[in-house]
Design a protein around this ligand. Structure first.
Ligand code: NAI
Length: 258
């Protein structure tokens, strides 16, 4: 089989959490373009429905599933809906995440917990649900998590200790699942993007005012775009990456090199 054929995802079923917009939407689009049916899993059901509609235009099955990734009950119902629609699950992209910027000395416990709950516990719950389903099916699968360059460096000047800690946790969680499920053919990898121009940044005046400063620190002198993460996601989702598991793939324009 040629390499481009190995990159195809025809006949596979996927879910993407935080898939309504931003990085999740871009990756859901890429998975659908490569041939997969995709469930858009998000808190924001209206936006998720619009995204699913766009994917159906590509000729794939796409559903929107309202889910809070921090709720075990929601995640259980999400898996049931996906199996009822697609009959199986081959690819899980556990991506939903938020950032709260506050100095450590002033961060409230609620602010701390919200970030850890969504970014780390939400990834655990959704990856666990995917892994259980894949174990039951018995023919492996691919789980991809979104970590961040913030798992590797401490971003400045904005304070974000809970975000950085949550993303470092995502990488070690990813490695742990990869080891536990390696023999069953379930591969688990993370991607660690640098700054990407999405609503997570563009909706926050405090962050948009820092873009020039970040660009000056970056060897490529710019942020990334969501579409620049599509190829790594398609690679990790399918058979082309059959020996890749427990890896973290940094896509950051060399930001973390300097
Ligand atoms: P975004 O804010 O544009 O999109 C996040 C999506 O997640 C939204 O659709 C939101 O409704 C959904 N979401 C939030 N909380 C949820 C919950 N509890 N349950 C279900 N869905 C929920 O953010 P973006 O930039 O697309 O980020 C996606 C992931 O990439 C996050 O994990 C983020 O930490 C990570 N990341 C983002 C970077 C960036 O510079 N934008 C850089 C590195 C990592």
């Amino acid at each position: 089989m040629g390499i481009l054929e190995k990159m195809r995802l025809d006949g596979k079923a996927a879910f993407v959490t935080g898939g309504a917009r931003g990085i999740g939407k871009s990756i859901a689009t890429a998975l659908a373009e490569a041939g997969a049916d995709v469930a858009i899993v998000d808190l924001d059901i209206e936006e998720a429905q619009r995204t699913a509609e766009e994917l159906r235009v590509l000729g794939r099955q796409a559903i929107a599933v309202k889910t809070d990734v921090t709720s075990p009950a929601d995640v259980g119902a999400m898996m049931e809906e996906i199996i009822a629609s697609f009959g199986k699950l081959d690819i899980a992209f556990c991506n939903a995440g938020i950032c709260i910027n506050a100095p450590a000395s002033e961060m409230t416990y609620e602010q701390w917990s919200k970030v850890i709950d969504i970014n780390l516990s939400g990834v655990f719950l959704t990856a666990q649900a995917a892994g259980k389903q894949m174990l039951k099916q018995g023919h492996g699968g691919s789980i991809i998590t979104t970590a961040s360059m913030s798992a590797h460096i401490v971003n400045i000047p904005q304070p974000q200790c809970s975000y950085n800690a949550s993303k470092a946790g995502v990488i070690q969680l990813t490695k742990s699942l990869a080891v536990e499920w390696a023999e069953q053919g379930i591969r688990v990898n993370s991607i660690s993007p640098g700054y990407i121009g999405t609503e997570l940044i563009l909706n926050s005046p405090a962050l948009t005012s820092l873009i020039e400063q970040w660009n000056a620190m970056s060897p490529m002198r710019r942020m990334g775009r969501p579409d620049e993460l599509q190829a790594i996601a398609v690679y990790l989702a399918g058979d082309a990456s059959s020996f890749a598991t427990g890896g973290d793939f940094i896509i950051d324009g060399a930001f973390t090199c300097v």
